[in-house]
Structures are given as C-alpha cells and as structure tokens.
Design a protein around this ligand. Structure first.
Ligand SMILES: Cc1cc2nc3c(=O)[nH]c(=O)nc-3n(C[C@H](O)[C@H](O)[C@H](O)COP(=O)(O)O)c2cc1C
Length: 223
C-alpha cells in the first residue's frame, strides 16, 4: 500500500511470541472456546452494565470493510422492552414453526429441542440486538458501507468470544423476519436487525444438546 504524507501511521505495538508461547496461547484459548455453548435458559441474575459495555467494545473493535464499522448494538435491559421483544419474536416464531418452516428445517432443529416459545427473551438480564448499518450516513443513499454482512458477522464472533471469556452465556437468536426489532427499538431505516443475543448466567441445572463439531479434516485442509 502506498504510504503518502497524508497517511497517519504509527508503529504497531506487538510482542512477538516464542514458539512455546504461541502453542500455549492457542491451546489455552482453544480449550476455553471449546467450553462455549449456546444456552437457552437463563437465571435472572443481573449483569453489571459496565461489563456489557466492555463486551460490546470488544465486538466493536473488530475489523470492518474500510474501517466503516457498520454496526449498532442495542443493549436492552428494560423489562418492558424485553417483554415486547419476546411477544413479537414469539409471534414470528409461532408462524415459522407451525407454517413457514420447511419440513427438513424442523427435522434439523429437532435435536436442539427448540420451539416457538422464547421465555429466555424475558429472563435473560440483557438482550444485545445487533444491527447492520447499510449506509454510512442516512442522508447519503449513495454512500453504502462495504462488506457489511462480513464485517458485522466478524463483530458478532468477537461479541460471542467476549461474552464467553467474561464468564457469561449467550444465544445467537434469529427470529425471522426481525423487522419488529427496528420498530420496538426505534432504529432508523438504514439499519437492519442482524442478530438478537440474550446474555446472562445460565439457569441452575441448565442442559444443552449433546452436539459434536466436525473434525478438522472435514472442514479444513492445508494447501
Ligand atoms: C446465525 C445463527 C442463528 C441462530 N439462530 C438460532 C435461533 O434462532 N434459535 C436458537 O435456538 N438457536 C439459534 N442458533 C444457535 C445454533 O442452533 C447453535 O449455535 C448450534 O446448534 C450449535 O450449538 P453451540 O452454539 O452450542 O455450539 C443460531 C446460531 C447461529 C450461528
């Protein structure tokens, strides 16, 4: 990349690890990440807003196309709003489970034990609603953000890692369609709901489906 006088560059702050440190770092991180599970039953224990804020700051530190940071995180802790979101989500989910979902989709969901009922949208102490920002500025319809879905997807990866490493649990939830989130949270038209993420502590005795992850050879190859 051409570095011109108008660029403002600074030295990268980086400690280069030894090979042993590298191995230890990734083994520790891998072991921690492998204990992450999607949780659908939360206790009502509160989470300090300062913790939620830091989690979102980690997500918002993610890389994004041309650094446009095309996201917005609504952190919902208000019980009335959570109830409204649950009611609207359950209406969509009921349609999905009873009418819209293809048979094969319902078959795939069977092992997860999910249904249209989403009590966790009220019991979880916080719902983080991630929006993608299609335009940089709502008044300039021609200035679209770049690689919005990729960028917001990466930010969500950071979000889930931050939630997990903080010691909290979460669920990526996608009631479809999600337009009701824009209405309830009064978000502008250039933002589209991307993911609904209940966050908190697991309810006592929470169980999760027994799942396996594909083997390395199934999903990757050295070239
Ligand atoms: C984009 C996305 C959307 C998802 N939507 C839902 C959802 O609407 N409801 C739900 O119960 N789980 C949802 N999940 C959770 C998946 O079912 C879960 O990640 C998968 O079964 C693997 O389980 P694990 O997260 O415990 O590894 C979603 C996950 C992703 C990544």
């Amino acid at each position: 990349m051409a570095k011109t006088d108008s660029n403002d560059f600074l030295p990268l702050e980086w400690d280069i690890p030894t090979d042993a440190e590298l191995k230890r770092n990734i083994e520790n991180f891998r072991a921690r990440m492998f204990t992450r599970r999607s949780v659908r039953a939360f206790s009502d224990r509160e989470v300090d807003p300062a913790v939620l804020r830091k989690i979102v700051e980690v997500a918002a530190s993610a890389p994004s196309g041309a650094n446009k940071q095309p996201w917005f995180f609504a952190i919902v802790t208000d019980p009335g709003l959570k109830r409204e979101i649950r009611t609207a989500a359950e209406a969509e989910e009921k349609e999905f489970y009873t009418r819209r979902a293809p048979h094969t989709w319902l078959e795939d969901l069977e092992p997860l034990g999910t249904s249209w009922e989403k009590p966790y949208l009220e019991t979880a102490p916080a719902l983080i609603v991630v929006f993608k920002r299609i335009l940089e500025n709502p008044d300039q319809a021609k200035r679209k953000n770049y690689y919005v879905t990729e960028s917001v997807g990466i930010a969500c990866g950071f979000l889930f890692a931050a939630i997990h490493m903080a010691g909290l649990v979460a669920l990526p939830h996608t009631p479809s369609p999600m337009n009701f989130l824009s209405r309830i949270l009064q978000r502008p038209a250039h933002e589209k709901p991307f993911l609904l993420v209940p966050v908190g502590h697991p309810a006592p005795g929470t169980q999760v489906p027994r799942l396996t992850k594909k083997s390395f050879d199934d999903i990757a190859q050295f070239f």
